[in-house]
Design a protein around this ligand. Structure first.
Ligand code: F6P
Length: 531
């Protein structure tokens, strides 16, 4: 596959010149003062999501140069190749077709297979959700990485839609404290275990699945076939484990893109067939936007271009995500896998070293909690860290007096990051808690905010299956677009292999104490662990 690296384009050189002339010293406050139409010019409407890009360190000229970059990198052709099912995951010879999982019946590649499994899975879901007949009260999803983080993020996000008689638990860590804490509260007859693993070979998942099966039989559980189901591409391995109900998917679904497939079974059990179809529908609307909107109005493309602008021109190393919705508390963890496993790469498609940076560190917490923890650094630290605010206009709870406070906090943070506070202004203000021993100027210096710190605000009307589907698909396509601009393979993850192989070597050594051939540190630690 021909590489189309961003740094080898004319647009890249133009952007370098633009950065030196206007980008480095760009000031948001001056930009708003200069251009009364800035908010409208940098507002983008996408399905279920309104985006305000105006608090970013760009103007319409920057966007123009960035869109040229996307065009010159052949982003549209690479997008079309993905949507068509070309094997763009070239190191594994696989297509990347998570979009096919949410295409309407009869549309898109593999439509018959996709809708065949979906229909079967959703029919099964309704039998379990009939809790009187099924007797099931607890659902335990055993999986890790992409077989855990998607459902674990979505189920609490859609709490308002969750079956009131079902409780959901997610076990991922091979640390037995994880599953032990869940099993302690359960009874075999009321519990359904889902063993979720694309490969059905992942050490952590298999170890936890065996632990669950042992617990089940030794606590009087009698019908493994009814209480264990699998979601996997490896149907034979699931059968060998003794599972007779398996919902399959395919090698063209990447683990971190798999919540739309059978891996979404816990989500479907939680919210039911119609809402699960709405989640798929919301994602499909975003797929259409990504496929059809012109680059300059294409939200995932614009977010990816701003990512490249920040990472490769401004040199920012991380991005913080601040969902002002408690239901989205696991979104940062989900995005960490999506973005950092996809774009944490150091060679291009041809295997050549990259001379520029790729994935930023993605991190965050729900607002307003983050405000009382690390926002200090965002406002006054030495690093500039772009923040992504997610605001939801209407809550799904009916409690009065809370939601406006939440929204005002979100707005205030993006405003404060941008506006800052000058020393002169701080000097005019009272600071009742400041030490009387210090002179006024020193106190004012500590109370100065540099401002000009960028943020994006994504706004949803309400957090529903449809809007959440659109939001997740937005992030997926943004990650794809950034990877395409960088000329990397966003769909493999060789970086996790080495640790797995070394773990397999160390496991028997922990039992035997054999340290032959190990480095002195590992040998010393292993000996202490055994002592
Ligand atoms: O850690 C690497 C990884 O392969 C992820 O990409 C994947 O989501 C996770 O492990 C789990 O894999 P599986 O679904 O095959 O158990």
């Amino acid at each position: 596959m021909k590489s189309s690296r961003c740094d080898q384009t004319e647009a890249w050189s133009a952007l370098r010149g633009h950065y030196e002339a206007h980008g480095r010293e760009f000031d948001l406050r001056e930009a708003f003062a200069r251009d009364p139409g800035r908010f409208a010019a940098l507002a983008v409407e996408a399905p279920s999501i309104f985006a305000d890009l105006s608090k970013n360190l760009v103007d319409t000229a920057t966007v123009h140069f960035l869109v040229d970059l996307a065009r010159e990198c052949g982003l549209e052709a690479r997008r079309d190749a993905m949507l068509r099912g070309d094997p763009i995951n070239h190191t594994e010879g696989r297509a990347v077709l998570h979009t096919a999982l949410r295409a309407p019946r009869g549309q898109g590649p593999f439509a018959d297979e996709v809708h065949g499994v979906l229909d079967e899975m959703l029919a099964y879901v309704e039998t379990v959700r009939d809790t009187r007949a099924s007797g099931i009260r607890h659902v335990v999803n055993i999986g890790i990485g992409g077989s855990d983080l998607g459902p674990q993020m979505v189920v609490p996000a859609l709490d308002a839609f969750v079956h009131p008689g079902l409780h959901f638990h997610f076990v991922s860590n091979v640390d037995g404290h994880d599953i032990a804490a869940v099993l302690r509260h359960l009874k075999p007859a009321e519990t359904l275990f889902i063993v979720a693993s694309k490969t059905f070979t992942t050490q952590e998942t298999m170890a936890n699945a065996h632990a669950a099966r042992d617990w089940f039989t030794s606590n009087g559980g009698t019908d493994i076939a009814r209480h264990f189901v699998a979601t996997t591409t490896n149907v034979q391995a699931a059968a060998a484990f003794g599972i007779t109900t398996t919902f399959g998917f395919w090698d063209w679904v990447g683990g971190r893109y798999s919540l739309w497939s059978a891996i979404g079974l816990p989500i479907a059990l939680a919210i039911g067939a119609d809402h699960f179809r709405a989640l798929l529908g919301g994602a499909h609307e975003m797929d259409r936007h990504f496929a059809e909107a012109p680059l300059a109005r294409n939200l995932p493309v614009l977010l990816a271009l701003i990512d490249v602008w920040y990472r490769n021109f401004h040199g920012f190393t991380s991005r913080s995500v601040a969902p002002y919705h408690q239901g989205l508390k696991r979104l940062p963890a989900y995005l960490q896998q999506l973005e950092m496993e996809s774009n944490g790469k150091r060679v291009d498609l041809d295997g050549d070293d990259l001379p520029f940076a790729t994935s930023p560190v993605v991190w965050g917490e729900p607002g307003t909690n983050g405000q009382h923890a690390y926002f200090q650094m965002l406002h006054q630290g030495t690093d500039v860290i772009p923040v992504e605010f997610i605001l939801v206009k209407r809550p799904t709870h009916a409690l009065s007096g809370l939601h406006h406070k939440l929204l005002a906090n979100g707005l205030a943070q993006s405003q404060a990051l941008m506006l800052g506070k000058r020393t002169e202004q701080a000097l005019t203000e009272k600071a009742p808690t400041a030490s009387r021993q210090l002179d006024a100027h020193t106190v004012a210096r500590h109370r100065t905010f540099p401002g000009n710190r960028p943020s994006t605000t994504l706004m949803l009307d309400q957090l529903t299956p449809t809007s959440l589907g659109a939001l997740i698909a937005l992030y997926e396509h943004r990650v794809f677009a950034a990877g395409a601009l960088w000329g990397i393979n966003s769909f493999d993850q060789w970086g996790v292999e080495l640790g797995k192989a070394l773990c397999n070597d160390l496991l028997p050594r922990l039992a035997s104490g054999d340290t032959a051939g190990l480095d002195a540190s590992t040998a010393g630690l292993l000996a202490r662990l055994r002592a």
